[in-house]
Design a protein around this ligand. Sequence first.
Ligand SMILES: NC(=O)c1ccc[n+]([C@@H]2O[C@H](COP(=O)([O-])OP(=O)(O)OC[C@H]3O[C@@H](n4cnc5c(N)ncnc54)[C@H](OP(=O)(O)O)[C@@H]3O)[C@@H](O)[C@H]2O)c1
Length: 345
Amino acid sequence: MTNAPTAPKRVLVLGGTVYLSRTLARLAVERGHRVTVAARGTSGEPPEGAEFARIDRASPEGLEALRGRDFDAVVDVARVPAQVGPVLDLLADRVGHWSFVSTISVYARNDVVAPDLLEPTAPDSSEPAVEFYGASKVACENLVREKAGAKALVTRPGLIVGAGDPLDRLGYWPLRLAEGGEVLAPGDPARPVQWIDVADYAAWLLDAAESGLTGTFDAIAEPVGMGAFLDGIAEALQGIGVLDGPPRLTWTPQEFLTEHGVNPWAGPDSLGMWLPTPDYDGHCRPAARAVAAGLRPSPLGETIERWWRANAEAPQLKAGLSREKEGAVLGAWHDRTRAFAVPED
Ligand SMILES: NC(=O)c1ccc[n+]([C@@H]2O[C@H](COP(=O)([O-])OP(=O)(O)OC[C@H]3O[C@@H](n4cnc5c(N)ncnc54)[C@H](OP(=O)(O)O)[C@@H]3O)[C@@H](O)[C@H]2O)c1
């Protein structure tokens, strides 16, 4: 697939006021499409140049602003089936291409890479609880395939990183490395981490809408080891002049981190993007099909540079360790290793 200019299309983004869906809507405006963003307008502003249709998918009358409209392409990011079925009933026959943003959380297993999916929730479920997230997305996917048929594209992103990320699982690392000093690093440097850059994903979704790509794909870049990931971030920071030399990483075993209250993946007291073994030994998904279908993952350095320019001045990290906690864990680790050191003659 290429980025050759295509005729302007009428693109409807169901969402479009925040992060991925807003990035996509903004890019669609930049590429000259006629873009409608449909949301409540509570999460943020639609991008400049997009029409705003105020809808509320949680309300029975909430879709009136879209009734009778025709679009060449729709992209939907919803999470609960009760909000996905009705808009398909209203528009599927009036739309050329229907793209649904799902998640790799639809897979039933994380310990091995397997195609099995979670049991879907009911097709009319409006359960918002996070523990039903993957199962709800399975039900949403099924509705999209059932009602949009041959024009359906379902993509399943892994961790989406980049400018505007509301959860910032990546962001801890560039900020921490830029501070310098001894850095607590989790587990095994060879342990793979994987992500998709929000800019790359939005571009691929738009390419897919333009070209009419259909089917089901994981949306993810090739994994790299945690060690290479942290070195790559440090190199990118050196490239933009915010770090002088290589980072001073102290790798600590998973068991030690768990014992000292360091959480994996996300949230308070976490080391972002780190996933423990063996429960998550299969968390990385193959990237090749998406790449063959046009996804163009940016080099890590470009992702970090974009993240830094967009977020670093006023970071609002919701993931990571405080310096105090990191210092305490490093101190405990050095005490432990000293206690087990073999005395020299
Ligand atoms: N972040 C990740 O790492 C990650 C990983 C895997 C998959 N995903 C998936 O990627 C997508 C991310 O989408 P996103 O970044 O655009 O964020 P999002 O938080 O999923 O955005 C939801 C959008 O829907 C709108 N919305 C919410 N409730 C609504 C309602 N009742 N009626 C109408 N509109 C409503 C919101 O706008 P208003 O609030 O203004 O109405 C917002 O624009 C999601 O599908 C998510 O499941 C994310």
